[in-house]
Write a protein that binds this ligand. Sequence first.
Ligand code: NI
Length: 469
Amino acid sequence: MDTRRTHRSRAAACGAALLLVAACAGSGSSQHTQQATTAAAVAVPRLDPAATAPLLARLDAALPAERLIEWRRHLHQHPELSNHEVETAKFVAARLREMGLEPKTGIARHGVTALIRGGKPGKTVALRADMDALPVTEEVDLPFRSTATATFEGKTVGVMHACGHDAHTAMLLAAAQALMAVRAELPGDVLLIFQPAEESVPESERPAGAEAMVLAGVLDQPKVSAIFGLHVMAGTRTGRIGWRRGPMMAAADRFEIIVEGRQTHGSKPWHGVDPIVVGSQIVTALQTIVSRQIDIVREPAVVTVGQFESGVRNNIIPERSRLVGTIRTFADDMQSDIHERIRRIAEETAAASGAKAHVTIERGYPVTANDAPLVDQMVPTLERLAGADTFETRKVTGAEDFSFYARRIPAMFIFLGITPEAKLTTADSNHSPRFEIDESALPMGARALAHLAVDWLAGEQARATPPAH
Ligand code: NI
């Protein structure tokens, strides 16, 4: 993934802990000024950052930096595929019990949650980590490299935490321990969500992952008012934290087109209908959706055909061909519109040659969209932590099932850089067998989660307590 450093206006830069944008009103003719005016109009009280500074200092001091790395290495060495996170869930629950928590297990198969009850009344905020690994054989030479194997779609495969979910789980455990150290002072509760099956599972196993956790009611009892999540990003410098308002990661849908022609001898094509030629015309015509038919200035989109299968030998024109592909979009209406266009192009291109196209589209994860007011409220927290290493990230065409939480309640997903400066141009991406994590980034990620939770709770408390006049 590539990212860029974006100039940040003074409105955000002047925000120390818990400083709501209202305090920055009048800081110039930036985009933030308008938001600042809006915030001032609803008279959101400003919380003095000094009020929570001692709490956050104690929280940081309690962060188990060494155990965080031990936990991550243990999880890395013992990866489990989506919906098979049995030992991972046991490990997580055991660590939570050691901290004095009472985890709930077996949610949506192997999900684990635990509630940190604050010593003061307030709302509930959730922090989420995903726990599953991928069918990838590790090629990184580490003392704790994975040699695990499993059966995936009938084949024996290597299993590897090639997307960094081992780090996500370890960082949330570390954040939990730090939060427990200041529990008595927390103005509200923090729900920890350790989620299985973020990587997509076969249609027969759905709903799974975040979708299943939401259906199981994790956001309802207790009622969760906001949620934060984090993903490590290879190719972004160690310790940098990326954020974004609105759509951040794409919706990912799968389509399949079966072209039915009429089989005949390869020497006499006029006796049949060639599904390879028709399929090729469909592949080409599908390219015009993004290049000619959608408003690419509004949101980008991707339509990719990743499989094209047909035929058995050189002199037979086959009966059918099969195209399978993926669609990436950033707005619900554009998603539905592109689905319609794929159907129309496939069916009518086939009809033009006397063939038939059967189109199936499976909706995958929805767009991961961050709540803009929540992002504006919380960016100062990230800037206090990471300073100039905080940046506004580009959209990412990968997908995330964090979107299912974000559809229900205000949510904010952030990226954490995990690649040392010297490897920025050569680092292999997430999902590669050579995917690597610079572990020195992990304490920053754990602190980011914990600070977001504390600052959000304190902000809500300030909102609920009108200032004395
Ligand atoms: Ni991932």
